[in-house]
Design a protein around this ligand. Sequence first.
Ligand SMILES: *[C@@H]1O[C@H](CO)[C@@H](O)[C@H](O)[C@H]1NC(C)=O
Ligand SMILES: *[C@@H]1O[C@H](CO)[C@@H](O)[C@H](O)[C@H]1NC(C)=O
Ligand SMILES: *[C@@H]1O[C@H](CO)[C@@H](O)[C@H](O)[C@H]1NC(C)=O
Ligand SMILES: *[C@@H]1O[C@H](CO)[C@@H](O)[C@H](O)[C@H]1NC(C)=O
Ligand SMILES: *[C@@H]1O[C@H](CO)[C@@H](O)[C@H](O)[C@H]1NC(C)=O
Length: 524
Amino acid sequence: MGSAPRRWWRGEEANCGAAESRMGGGAVGAIQSSTKGVVFFFLVLLVLVAVISRRWMDDSTFSMISSWREQAPRLQHSHQPQPKPVTLTCPNHTTTPLHYCRRTITPSPSSSPSAPATSGTEPPPSCPDYFRWIHEDLRPWNSTGITRKMLESARQFAAFRLLVIGGRVYVDQYHRVFQTRDLFTLWGFVQLANRYPGRLPDLDLMFNCEDMPTVKADDYNTSHPPPPLFRYCKDDSTVDIVFPDWSFWGWPEINVKPWEVLREEMKEANDRMAWEKRKPYAFWKGNPTVSGHRKDLMRCNSSNGHDWNARVYAQDWVKEIENGFKDSNLAEQCIYRYKIFVEGRAWSVSSKYILACDSPALFVTTHFHDFMTRGLMPGRHYWPIREDNQCRSIKFAVDWGNKHQEKVQAMGKEGSSFILEEVKMEFVYQYMLHLLTEYAKLLRYEPTLPENATELCLESVACGEEGRVREFLMEAMVKWTCDSEPCTLPPPYSAGELEQLRSRKADAIKQVEEWKQEAWEEEH
Ligand SMILES: *[C@@H]1O[C@H](CO)[C@@H](O)[C@H](O)[C@H]1NC(C)=O
Ligand SMILES: *[C@@H]1O[C@H](CO)[C@@H](O)[C@H](O)[C@H]1NC(C)=O
Ligand SMILES: *[C@@H]1O[C@H](CO)[C@@H](O)[C@H](O)[C@H]1NC(C)=O
Ligand SMILES: *[C@@H]1O[C@H](CO)[C@@H](O)[C@H](O)[C@H]1NC(C)=O
Ligand SMILES: *[C@@H]1O[C@H](CO)[C@@H](O)[C@H](O)[C@H]1NC(C)=O
């Protein structure tokens, strides 16, 4: 730590990420000569198949035609297995749903991500640092393990129970949740299983889809371990296990596209407008009603008589839905030099879109973490803003930044390269794989199917959906299996390292306060 950041992601790209990262469109012409032959071969094959089987032309049949246009994953050395395409075929209305989930699973060569790499090959590079928190999240059960009884004690909090048995994924849904959070979360599990066929260990977990973390660390100890409960965020007083939220696969109700697609759009938006050309203010737009700090932020708007260098807008979702989301395009919000992040009821899915702009993110003091925001360091990835004095803190940040443009541009780049490179979908899936693999090691029993569990697969989730939900599900679908080893899970933090991390964060926040104090004294 403390040394220059390792640019490990600049190395050889895992072969399976290559195809997916081109989903964002505009890549049709990007076929490299080395793979042209393969693509041509596939196209010929496609035509043949289409001629032989009229079913391919049936409009209720979802073939993967769209993905043929994408570049096939880079060719492997001949001794390595080839990535296989993943396809979704919805039965038409006269076919009964009994045909769902019939696909056979051909396991990848190694059965666990911690299996030793094949001899003679380099071990895969280390995962991003935020993966180290996997060990922290699972620490409450490190000495006790997880028994069936403990798991079932979490049922009362869960929206669904998810199981993997013999590589197949099952769900026992207890209740539906707000909008389509659960649907898109389950879709994420299906994509993970398809990306790494047969590699998920048998497991059994409970998932809560609400905002607020609930499992209080203080209520438990090693002789009375907490119920293991997965959810999207936690804070320092809770021991919920954090998992990527639904928005990585899409949030259709407010037209937030899957992250893979949006990530590409945001990169393009950054290229369109250089930082210097952006408006020299701090921008925020969102729903101010969900938290007190957001309401406070509204007072920093220039329309309130004093210019705090903030330009903040209340999002009216009802109006946005009516006008087809014309004014809420996230990529088009990268036209300000500074972007404000303020939590909602708990963590906010917006952090990734705010960080992705190449404009330094001004983070109003955060209280919640999701799986990846724990990798952020104030002063490096973002500028800390005091929650009890937002307007003045924002004004100071913008004034300081406009005077120290190189420094804040570097911060903007650090923030966006963290989110765009270290948190691309490839790593989101690897995080999920490592977390679930480590979690499964803690289980002290063999998972068995509960009475009402049903199998989960592409068809069972997607075929009944339509409109924007269906569209986003398709866009977020994993189109190829991944046969390369995931990144290597870094070791747990030692107590000393955790302490060092905390004090580095505190120091960076203190530094900004000192600068602010000095500037304030100069003015008076
Ligand atoms: C549905 O599938 C059945 C059996 O494959 C076929 O006979 C029928 O024509 C199909 N219906 C439609 C509307 O495509
Ligand atoms: C869990 O316990 C094992 C020893 O049983 C230890 O090696 C490991 O570091 C522990 N993990 C954490 C996160 O403390
Ligand atoms: C652990 O927690 C339980 C329930 O809160 C409590 O009854 C017990 O005394 C605690 N044990 C220890 C060793 O702290
Ligand atoms: C902030 O000010 C702008 C004009 O500068 C205005 O359009 C906008 O609605 C204001 N935002 C709020 C939340 O009042
Ligand atoms: C399974 O579902 C049935 C019908 O909804 C219900 O009566 C039963 O209690 C459920 N079984 C379990 C174990 O939850």
